[in-house]
Design a binder for this molecule. Structure first.
Ligand code: HEC
Length: 491
């Protein structure tokens, strides 16, 4: 019995919100603050150099306040959300995180060293600021900037692999270098680095507009505006290169499945940022309030980061990592280099409910009595990592299926859109359905009920269409189970 089990974990389901959104919320906050830290470290090094070379005491005063603010905001929020990503991803997608650890454990160890150095340096810089000579502080601030960037250089390799290993090589060798330096890596480093420069420039503007010495203020405002515009232009160019390195299926998803609103938000917020920089460049005398700028910065960048990260996560579908592991945890292909074998055939033959260790014993064998419960278990392990089974949360199934209450139609839909075969009309972003025919029938039956309940609930508030009314009146037909013994008996 136990030999049939595959290494699945319990499903973490967050009603009406989705475990994926929990991760997304924590991760987007982390991305914002970690990028701010990297940008801030370069700005700091720049300001220190400027202050040292020009002997500007006023800049030193700002740099010290700036360090303190950075310590209190970015480092605390960044350090809280970093482990938050570990905790949330480990429960939401245990096999995904395991796949990454088994590839990148040394990369992560190295990243951890960079990160600890970075945090230590931010404290050291703040506390020695007035105690040692400014030249030493300036040199240390450059070390700080480089190690901050070092963390980005490592994490991007892991993120790039999540999108795709980029070639067939890694599947065969299993070598960390083939996974890390994939075609997606350099353009993504370019996009993120350029973006942190733009971020640093925004923060630099906030500092610069407060400086009292007129000539120095105008000079800094102009430099920051230039750096900001430059950062955005480079980010745009690297983005074009990045999109070009995406796997084919991701390009299809990008062109046909991503709602245009996402792209619009990104373009508009980048245009707003560019405009802010341009205005400051033209009127360097303008002395806007710092608080206003910071709020604007976080708002505008938050607006671009969330859709950007969301799109990246979307383009990765149906995989969570490395073009071999589906979001719903099924291993979809052989990876000889890592001794990983495709599970699809085994699951199709033995049944998903049977091989999953955390499915209750009562639904392992489907009968007409437990069909609904078994169907729900199937939906949990096959669909719920991407689709909410409630009305709220990510891509709720009741909203996606337009109230169809006929199991046979749902069955047909699954057999087509989740067939894994583009010729049959399979979607590029959904995994191939795994399980026995009976299990897929039970799943269809459960989904029909889910839609039915939704229609009943909707009826109380919103008037139903004629078709929906008809569906509500008709009983939900239970699919015939083709018992496995039957064909054998007939033979
Ligand atoms: C890897 C993630 C993933 C899994 C697993 C998944 N889907 Fe989807 N599904 C998507 C995405 C992405 C869309 C695109 C539409 C959207 O996001 O609004 C989608 C769309 C749909 C749609 C709308 C019609 C269409 O074809 O675009 C239906 C219905 C649907 N899924 C049903 C299911 C069912 C049933 C399951 C489980 C057997 C399932 N999906 C599993 C990601 C997934």
């Amino acid at each position: 019995m136990f030999t049939d089990l595959l290494g699945f974990y319990p499903q973490w389901y967050v009603p009406n919100f989705g475990s994926g959104y929990v991760v997304a919320l924590i991760a987007s906050t982390h991305v914002l603050f970690s990028h701010i830290s990297v940008g801030a470290s370069f700005l700091l090094a720049y300001l220190m150099t400027k202050a040292y070379r020009g002997n500007h005491e006023e800049i030193y005063d700002y740099v010290k306040k700036y360090l303190f603010t950075l310590l209190l905001t970015s480092y605390i929020i960044g350090s809280l959300t970093g482990p938050g990503i570990w905790f949330s991803t480990t429960v939401s997608n245990p096999r995904g995180i395991s796949a990454l650890i088994h590839n990148f454990v040394w990369a992560w160890a190295a990243e951890w060293v960079w990160f600890v150095t970075e945090v230590a340096l931010v404290y050291i810089l703040y506390y020695i600021f007035d105690k040692v000579d400014k030249k030493t502080v300036m040199h240390l601030s450059w070390v700080f900037a480089i190690v901050s960037w070092g963390t980005l250089l490592i994490i991007v390799g892991i993120l790039a692999f999540m999108m795709s290993p980029g070639s067939e090589k890694w599947f065969v060798t299993g070598n960390i270098m083939d996974a890390f330096f994939n075609p997606n890596y350099f353009p993504q480093v370019g996009v993120r680095t350029s973006f942190t420069v733009a971020l640093a420039a925004l923060m630099g503007l906030a500092v610069a507009t407060r400086i009292k010495e007129t000539a120095l203020r105008q000079d800094l405002v102009r430099t920051m505006s230039m750096a900001g515009i430059g950062g955005l232009i480079f980010a745009g160019m690297f983005m074009v290169w990045y999109l070009d390195t995406l796997p084919g299926r991701a390009k299809v998803t990008l062109d046909f499945a991503i709602p245009p609103a996402f792209k619009t938000v990104i373009f508009v917020s980048i245009a707003v940022l560019a405009l802010i920089f341009a205005l400051f460049y033209i009127w360097p005398k303008a002395n806007r309030s710092t608080a206003f700028l910071i709020v604007l910065m976080v708002a505008v960048l938050g607006l671009t980061i969330f859709p950007q990260e969301r799109i990246r996560e979307w383009l990765r579908k149906p995989y969570i990592a490395g073009d071999f592991l589906y979001v719903n945890q099924v291993v979809a292909r052989d990876v000889p280099g890592k001794n990983i074998t495709n599970e699809i055939d085994t699951i199709d033959e033995k049944g998903f409910l049977k091989v999953h260790p955390f499915v209750p014993e009562s639904v392992k064998t489907i009968t007409p009595e437990n069909m609904l419960e078994a169907g729900r278990a199937m939906a949990m392990i096959s669909c719920a990592s991407c689709h909410s089974l409630d009305e709220g949360g990510p891509r709720p199934l009741v909203l996606k299926m337009e109230g169809i209450t006929r199991p046979d139609l749902i069955y047909q839909f699954i057999e087509r859109r989740l067939s894994g075969d583009p010729h049959k009309g399979a979607s590029p972003y959904m995994p191939k359905i795994t399980g026995t025919d009976e299990e897929i029938k039970a799943l269809s039956y459960y989904l029909a009920h889910l839609n039915y309940e939704y229609l009943v609930a909707k009826q109380r508030g919103v008037p139903l269409t004629e078709v929906q009314k008809e569906q509500l009146e008709a009983p939900i037909p239970q699919p015939e189970l083709t018992q496995k013994e039957q064909p054998q008996a007939a033979r």
